[in-house]
Design a protein around this ligand. Structure first.
Ligand code: SF4
Ligand code: SF4
Length: 341
């Protein structure tokens, strides 16, 4: 979805990406146009580079628990924020027995929804067991998928889950743009047709569905919604493109580009509240390669940064989050996005 941090790890990833069969060859059409991020920004969790108190967000209620299923993906998108690819297993597959421990804990905290994200969740060998476990416990479930071959291998099992649990299971398909050329510039050649086929299959079979898209630099939201609406009408896909819960349009993200730091004074200036921000109501479980067991990260966007690793349990991870990352500013506070909307 977003920008690749300009780190050595990211440089290594770009090489992996170019080695991947379907990886896009050129620059991302969604690249952020801004100067490089100054080194002195986003360093101290307590203070900004100007010495002002940095904003933080307390957990109000754990409404959504995200389970990261692992970074392996059948695609290698140009600006995948989590650097997924067919070979990147920096986050290993989450196993169902580990997930169960967090589901137990979430049930005791009044959690409404379990979100599954990757990588491509349907590549995880335990995905169906984890979906069933979550649904059988009474949670709503949201799965982020590219709707391509890994998902299509599970058609029968998905139909059985839809039969048992109906609208409590939602699949949100990433369709980066309403036009094939832009979608494929980001996601790789021949990625459009299979994604559209998968989306149509879900729609035709009565699943609760949504789409996640993105805006090009300078593209207006209403203009994009009208174009998605025309696409969905033409393809017979049952999604209201003017419903922000059914077509989620994400702002740009690039951790290497300059952006303002968020201070405690910003809430009043921007007319926002810390409780509106994603980490006020969600956390994400990740299993990093080399670690003995899964851990809890502040949110879906920052899985690797030790400053956003909050602990081994949901209870340990229930404290405040200092907004000490460019994504906090560009995506959440200034862009106003939430992964679960
Ligand atoms: S499909 Fe999603 S997880 Fe996979 S590479 Fe693209 S953005 Fe990343
Ligand atoms: S990027 Fe994550 S930690 Fe930062 S404000 Fe957004 S949800 Fe919170």
């Amino acid at each position: 979805m977003g920008g690749v941090p300009r780190t050595d790890e990211a440089a290594a990833f770009v090489n992996v990406r170019s080695a991947s069969r379907n990886a896009p060859a050129g620059p991302s059409p969604f690249a952020v146009e801004a100067a490089a991020l100054p080194r002195e920004k986003f360093v101290d969790p307590a203070l900004t580079a100007k010495g002002e108190p940095r904003a933080s967000v307390p957990l109000v209620r754990l409404d959504t628990l995200w389970l990261n299923t692992g970074t392996l993906c059948n695609l290698a998108c140009a600006t995948c924020y989590i650097e997924s690819s067919p070979t990147n297993d920096a986050l290993v597959y989450l196993r169902s027995h580990d997930a169960g421990r967090f589901l137990d804990e979430a049930a005791g905290m009044g959690t409404r929804e379990i979100g599954f994200t990757g990588g491509e969740p349907f590549m995880n060998p335990d995905i169906l067991a984890m979906l069933e476990d979550s649904l059988a416990r009474g949670f709503e479930v949201l799965v982020l998928t590219n709707a391509m071959r890994p998902m299509r291998r599970h058609e029968r099992a998905l139909l059985a889950l839809r039969e048992r649990f109906g609208e409590r299971l939602t699949l949100r398909v990433s369709l980066d743009h309403h036009s094939r050329p832009v979608h494929e510039a980001e996601r790789g050649a021949n990625s459009w047709g299979p994604a559209m086929d998968g989306l149509r299959w879900l729609s035709d079979h009565g699943f609760a569905i949504a789409v996640a898209g993105r805006l090009l630099p300078g593209e207006g939201e209403q203009e994009a919604r009208r174009a998605y609406a025309a696409l969905f009408a033409g393809e017979g896909i049952g999604i209201d493109a003017h419903d922000p819960a059914r077509l989620v349009l994400f702002p740009e993200m690039d951790a290497g580009k300059d952006i303002a730091e968020i201070t405690t004074a910003c809430w009043d200036i921007l007319g926002k509240s810390p409780s509106d921000i994603m980490c006020a109501s969600s956390r994400m479980v990740v299993h990093r390669k080399g670690e003995p067991s899964p851990r809890v990260a502040a949110c879906t966007l920052i899985p690797y940064d030790p400053g956003f690793d909050l602990g081994a349990t949901l209870a340990e991870a229930s404290g405040e989050v200092a907004l000490n990352h460019p994504h906090c500013a560009r995506f959440c506070v200034l862009g106003g996005a939430s992964c679960s909307a």
